[in-house]
Ligand binder design. Structure first.
Ligand SMILES: [Zn+2]
Length: 397
C-alpha cells in the first residue's frame, strides 16, 4: 500500500472518530499495554508523534510499565485512566541522543533504548548499512565476489552485489563469519573507510552519550545482544547464549543498575528460534520484546512481548491509527480477504483522495486569502502594523 493511501486511510479513521472509539475501548478494559518500536529518531515528525501520544496515553518507562501491568495488586489500585504506552528505540543510533533525547527533555516524555555494546565499543556502522555504504564509496569499477564479477557502473549489477552482501551478513551462521566477510569486502571495495558527515546520525551511540541520558532520568536502557546477529541463524547454541548474557554483563558494568529487559534482533518468531528464547530466560532477564505486532494483555508471554513498529517518517495520523490497534485489525482483514477487494478499495480511495486534495487545496487557499484581507483591514482600522503572522490552516494535535 502506498504511503499516500495509508495516510488517507489513517485520516479517515481519525476524523471519523473510529480511532477515538478504539482508544476508549482499550482504556476502558485496563487490560492492555501498548509498546511502540522506533529505530532512528531523526525526522521532522517525531515531535508531532510525541505530542499526540502524551495527550492520549500515559507514557511510562518500560520497566515501570511492565511491573505495574503484571502486578495485579498495583493494577487494581490504579484509577481508570489513559492506557499505558511505552516508547522504545532499537539499536541505539546517534540520533537517539541528538534528537529523541532533546525532545524527551523538552516534552517530558520517557523512553527506552535497546543497546548493542559491541557496536558502541567499535563505533562501526551497523551491518545492515554496510551494503549501501560499501557500494556508495567503492573505489573500484569492478569486483569479483565468490567467482562472479560485478561491474559497479551498471545499476543492475551493483544492486545484485548489494543483495549478495546483505544476504551474506544477514544470514551469517556466526559473528566471526559475518565480520570476516565484511572485512574482505572492505578490503576489495574501499581501502580506507572514512566516516562521512551524513552517516553520523546512523552510527552507534557512545558510552558518554549513554551516561548523559541515563543521568537525566528520561532514558532507560535494555539489551539487544552484543553484536546484533539474527539469533536463529547462529549454529552454535553457546554463541547465542554468549550474545544474550554477555550483553547484560557489559551493560550493567557501564550503567551500574540491573538490566532486566531484552529485545530480540529483527524480532519476528523465525528470527528468535528456540535457542534464543531459552538463552534469554537462562540469562535471567525478566522480560523480552519482539517485533510481533499487537497489544500486550495479561495472557501475553513475558518473553514474547509484542510491539507496534512505527517510523519517524510516518505522519502522526498513521501513528495514532497504529497505537489505537485499529490499524492492526484492518491489516489483518486486508491479508485475510486478499488483495482483490483491497485493490478496488484502494483505487476508490485514490480517486477520492485526489478529489479531496484539490478540494482542500482550494479551501486552504481561500482561507489564506480571506485571512490576508482580514489582516489588511485590521491593520488599517488600528493604524499600526499587525503583530501576528499570517494565519495558516494546519492540522493540530
Ligand atoms: Zn535491532
Amino acid at each position: 500500500m502506498s504511503r499516500r493511501i495509508e495516510l488517507f486511510l489513517a485520516a479517515c479513521l481519525y476524523y471519523s472518530g473510529l480511532i477515538a472509539v478504539a482508544r476508549w475501548w482499550t482504556q476502558r478494559s485496563r487490560q492492555h499495554l501498548v509498546i511502540l518500536c522506533y529505530h532512528n529518531a531523526d525526522g521532522r515528525n517525531l515531535r508531532q508523534h510525541l505530542r499526540y501520544l502524551r495527550r492520549h496515553y500515559r507514557i511510562l518507562h518500560l520497566e515501570e510499565a511492565l511491573e505495574g501491568f503484571y502486578a495485579p495488586s498495583t493494577r487494581k489500585k490504579q484509577k481508570r485512566g489513559r492506557t499505558p504506552l511505552v516508547l522504545t528505540f532499537d539499536d541505539g543510533y546517534q540520533d537517539n541522543y541528538t534528537y529523541a533525547f532533546a525532545l524527551a527533555r523538552e516534552l517530558r516524555v520517557p523512553f527506552t533504548i535497546f543497546l548493542v555494546p559491541g557496536y558502541i565499543e567499535s563505533g562501526h556502522c551497523f551491518w545492515w548499512q554496510e551494503d549501501k555504504r560499501l557500494l556508495s564509496y567503492a573505489q573500484v569499477d569492478e569486483v569479483t565476489v565468490e567467482g562472479h564479477t560485478y561491474c559497479l557502473d551498471k545499476v543492475d549489477e551493483s544492486k545484485a552485489l548489494a543483495q549478495v552482501i546483505d544476504t551474506r551478513v544477514r544470514y551469517a551462521t556466526s559473528v566471526v563469519e559475518r565480520e570476516k566477510f565484511l572485512a574482505g569486502m572492505r578490503k576489495v571495495l574501499i581501502e580506507t573507510a572514512p566516516v562521512f558527515a551524513e552517516e553520523k546520525t546512523t552510527l552507534p551511540l557512545t558510552w558518554a552519550q549513554v551516561q548523559t541520558m541515563k543521568e537525566s532520568g528520561w532514558v532507560s536502557f535494555g539489551a539487544h545482544t552484543m553484536h546484533h546477529p539474527i539469533l536463529a541463524c547462529l549454529t552454535a547454541a553457546t554463541e547465542v547464549q554468549y550474545e544474550v548474557s554477555q550483553c547484560r554483563t557489559v551493560l550493567e558494568r557501564h550503567l551500574n543498575y540491573p538490566v532486566r529487559t531484552f529485545a530480540y534482533p529483527i524480532g519476528q518468531l523465525e528470527d528468535i528460534g528456540d535457542h534464543g528464547l531459552h538463552a534469554v530466560q537462562k540469562a535471567n532477564y525478566s522480560w523480552a520484546l519482539t517485533t510481533i505486532g499487537g497489544f500486550n494483555t495479561l495472557q501475553t508471554n513475558p518473553y514474547l512481548l509484542r510491539r507496534i513498529v512505527v517510523d519517524v517518517d510516518q505522519h502522526w495520523l498513521q501513528v495514532a491509527a497504529k497505537a489505537s490497534g485499529i490499524w492492526g485489525a484492518l491489516s489483518h482483514l486486508y491479508w485475510k480477504y486478499g488483495s482483490y477487494h483491497a485493490s478496488i478499495f484502494a483505487s476508490a480511495s485514490v480517486s477520492f483522495g485526489n478529489f479531496a486534495n484539490r478540494f482542500f487545496f482550494k479551501f486552504s487557499r481561500n482561507i489564506q486569502v480571506i485571512s490576508a484581507s482580514f489582516q489588511e483591514a485590521h491593520s488599517r482600522i488600528n493604524a499600526k502594523p499587525c503583530s501576528g503572522s499570517a494565519t495558516v490552516t494546519t492540522l493540530t494535535v
